[in-house]
Design a protein around this ligand. Structure first.
Ligand SMILES: [Fe+2]
Length: 255
């Protein structure tokens, strides 16, 4: 399948949301770049997991279009925080339904793409989904997480921080929330609602390491040293050393 026309459609759509405000436009461009990177990561995952045929095409399109809702979300609300605006996955589904998209997919295949878009930011996903639905959903979720690791680790490593990237969380060097810490320690999904500090966001990322679905994705995360880099940015205290040991040994166990 030709992805070029799809990339052109999404690029044109994103560019229509540029406002002329330099800071805002930088964030729109960041989301477009994220979408292309997620597509690229999805390509690696489907190759590593030998996902082929139409399912592979659907996975790639779902990856490319997964954040379509981010552009109208930012134009309307000037935030990427879903709690302060709308669920951007749901907005993405509505937006995709109204867009003119390149030919080549059946109505049923587009429905699966939109299903994967709708599920990409859900806290959990039903593991019993049939493979034709499970792969698009999981490829997008894994590829998205991997690229969020990249964006946020770069962001937290920068001196000049844009508060919107880390959703305006308080950036103190030592504080983190016990709820988020306990969730990650117990291998549960951290909850965005409990996040107060920038460190909570880093803890949430550490928790995602448990949740990567495909061995290929975890291998890519380890290759890019994401686990080490996440913990290097968190405070060096006893509870966090314990968490690091537990996350690292669960990663080793999966290989
Ligand atoms: Fe998203």
């Amino acid at each position: 399948m030709q992805l070029g026309p799809h990339i052109a459609v999404l690029t044109g759509f994103a560019q229509r949301h540029l406002s002329g405000d330099a800071e805002g436009d930088k964030l729109i461009n960041l989301k477009l770049e994220h979408s292309i990177q997620v597509l690229d990561t999805a390509r690696h995952i489907i190759a590593g997991e030998t996902i082929t045929g139409r399912t592979a095409d659907i996975c790639l399109l779902a990856a490319l279009y997964h954040d379509t809702g981010r552009f109208p979300q930012f134009a309307r609300y000037q935030t990427f925080n879903d709690r302060e605006s709308v669920n951007h996955a749901r907005l993405g589904v509505l937006t995709l339904r109204s867009m003119t998209l390149p030919d080549g997919l059946s109505g049923e295949e587009w429905r699966i793409v939109r299903f994967a878009v709708a599920q990409h930011n859900a806290k959990t996903v039903r593991p019993t989904l049939p493979a034709r639905l499970l792969h698009p959903v999981m490829v997008v979720r894994d590829a998205d997480k991997l690229d969020i690791f990249r964006v946020l680790l770069d962001h937290f490593g920068e001196n000049k921080k844009n508060p919107l990237v880390a959703m305006g969380l308080e950036d103190t060097s030592v504080q983190y929330s016990d709820e988020v810490y306990q969730a990650v320690l117990q291998g549960r999904t951290g909850d965005y609602r409990h996040m107060r500090f920038a460190n909570d966001f880093k803890l949430l990322l550490a928790g995602w390491l448990h949740e990567l679905h495909y061995p290929t994705t975890l291998a890519m995360a380890v290759e890019q040293r994401f686990p080490d880099r996440i913990f290097a940015m968190l405070p060096d205290d006893e509870p966090l050393r314990r968490l690091k040991d537990s996350v690292m040994s669960s990663i080793r166990y999966k290989f």
